[in-house]
Design a protein around this ligand. Structure first.
Ligand code: HEC
Ligand code: HEC
Ligand code: HEC
Length: 449
């Protein structure tokens, strides 16, 4: 029993990296450690060849450029770099209820980084989740996804990391409490949730689809946020991509399936490409942890790769249980009726100037709220937090000067925030449920990032 409880607690470690996520979203604008932006452009030719089953390319400059591109796709920088500190020096804290993990130094430094590792050891780490000496890694390092990465791509990432400047900075020990500091617990987690294995292309699908699948399931590690985590801290395969609340961080990552109401079912491929590449689209803007994913990772990918991701996402089957269709209780209806008139008044006075009277937004800078899935989910944390804290879409190559939204935490009471969020979740045909004053109050104290 004790073991099981401890195992359950590992959930926190699985989530841990997510807690670090948003921290970069705002500071990212000032991040100085970013690799050269045009490396991605230069890499596009090489990347085109980097299909799942590509043969290893000749070692040398091309391989390093391709490795930089792939490291972008895997977003290694987000976790392994403290913003405005030397790249890949590690030391980024990840808070969990059981203590703090500090990401390791993965620069080319031979003493403190991975400069002394061989390409074989690096591949084993990505593929099996084991450090150089065989130590089992916590799944906060997304090796459960990276295991799909091909040997050739692993070698390219390795070559790139070896080409970066060594950072002579020792690792900080994790400060996890007993028994969570016992790595032997990971054996149980691995038996339940980890299967090592490279991505296998599906010959019945197009080259583009396979490329998208490879990126989404492998380097992109999208399931880490977009799949609900079960009680034992693993992603249940049957719920893959159906969306989930990111605990600790309190953001909801919506469904990516083709369910029409919850997922991407009635998005066009172009809208998905715009959202992921530019950060803004006809269907909404990215915000919170997803803004960071776009800032650090997606904006550097080629349009072809982003399109391949969209093509693959569009093929994910939707499920009827993704949207709660049960009739709303009388209490819920009364609450909606009570709050909506106040909400409408606030909306017209404070929000319509940017999001327009019918919630249609003012494109491309002010996202629509009508028919915007990311604010209608069963969980209302996203729109509540946006209203409380405001936000900026990420600055990207395609949208270098993003517009912002001011925070309303100071000017609106809990009741007023509940009212306006209830309004935007239920007006204009939106199918969200009303939110309570209590929910708003709880999120006021949520850490900003
Ligand atoms: C979501 C956060 C996150 C991302 C993204 C991430 N890592 Fe990690 N990584 C970690 C954490 C946390 C650890 C330490 C795990 C442990 O101590 O068990 C780690 C461990 C490692 C190690 C082992 C270091 C050692 O000394 O044992 C290597 C190498 C590594 N990561 C490389 C990468 C590469 C390459 C990428 C991108 C393809 C990447 N990481 C992406 C969080 C992340
Ligand atoms: C660190 C957690 C995290 C990771 C990793 C992540 N996402 Fe997200 N994603 C979110 C959150 C939270 C949202 C909701 C906020 C928003 O819409 O911008 C979101 C929103 C989205 C949306 C918009 C959905 C909608 O209905 O509006 C798309 C599309 C998306 N993500 C695709 C991806 C893909 C593809 C990947 C993998 C390459 C990925 N995400 C990885 C957290 C994440
Ligand atoms: C000054 C213009 C402005 C005002 C006023 C404003 N917003 Fe926003 N809003 C934005 C921008 C810009 C974004 C995109 C921010 C991002 O991506 O982080 C946004 C995003 C949002 C989102 C997330 C949707 C998405 O897809 O990005 C919600 C929900 C939202 N606003 C609700 C409101 C509500 C409710 C009010 C009034 C209380 C309001 N906004 C007032 C500009 C504004």
């Amino acid at each position: 029993m004790r073991k099981l409880r401890s195992l359950t607690a590992l959930i926190a470690l699985v989530f841990a990296p997510l807690a670090v996520g948003g921290a970069i979203a705002l500071s990212a604008h000032a991040q100085s450690a970013a690799p050269s932006a045009n490396a991605a452009d230069a890499a596009s030719a090489a990347a085109a060849a980097a299909t799942a089953n590509a043969k290893p390319t000749a070692p040398g400059a091309m391989q390093i450029v391709r490795g930089e591109y792939l490291a972008r796709a895997g977003d290694c920088i987000a976790c392994h770099t403290v913003p405005s500190q030397p790249m890949f020096g590690g030391g980024r804290p990840m808070e969990t209820p059981f203590g703090t993990l500090y990401t390791p130094n993965i620069s080319s430094d031979k003493t403190f980084g991975i400069g002394a590792w061989s390409a074989d050891e690096f591949y084993r780490m990505l593929h099996e989740g084991k450090s150089r000496d065989g130590t089992l890694l916590y799944p906060a390092m997304p090796f459960a996804s990276y295991t799909k990465v091909t040997r050739a791509d692993s070698d390219a990432i390795y070559a790139y990391l070896m080409s970066t400047s060594p950072v002579h900075q020792p690792n900080r020990a994790h400060t996890l409490r007993f028994p969570y500091n016992q790595r032997s617990l990971l054996l149980g987690w691995r038996a339940l949730f980890f299967r090592a294995g490279e991505f296998k292309p599906d010959p019945k699908q197009s080259v583009e689809w396979n490329r998208g699948a490879y990126l989404v399931e492998g380097l992109g590690h999208c399931t880490m946020c977009h799949t609900e985590i079960n009680a034992l801290g693993g992603n249940s395969a049957s719920k893959e991509f159906q969306g989930g609340l990111i605990p600790l961080q309190n953001w909801y990552a919506p469904s990516l399936t083709s369910n029409k109401e919850a997922g991407l079912g009635d998005w066009s491929i172009d809208d998905i490409v715009d959202l992921l590449h530019a950060g803004v689209s006809n269907r909404g803007a990215v915000y919170g942890p997803m803004a960071e994913v776009v800032y650090d990772s997606f904006q550097y990918l080629t349009e072809d790769d982003v399109r391949a991701v969209a093509v693959y996402l569009k093929s994910l089957p939707g499920h009827s249980n993704e949207v709660d269709k049960s009739p709303k209780s009388q209490f819920v209806n009364e609450e909606a009726n009570r709050l909506a008139p106040l909400g409408k008044k606030i909306y017209e006075a404070q929000c319509a100037v940017c999001h327009a009277t019918q919630g249609q937004g003012k494109l491309p800078h002010f996202p629509p709220l009508a028919n915007n899935q990311s604010i209608q989910m069963n969980s209302a944390v996203n729109p509540i937090r946006m209203v409380l804290n405001g936000g900026y879409a990420p600055g990207t190559k395609k949208n270098p000067m993003p517009y912002g939204m001011p925070p309303f935490a100071q000017s609106l009471s809990d009741e007023e925030v509940a009212a306006v969020v209830t309004y935007i979740r239920t007006a204009w045909g939106n199918h969200g449920a009303p939110v309570s004053v209590k929910e708003v109050n709880a999120l006021r104290s949520a850490p900003l990032f």
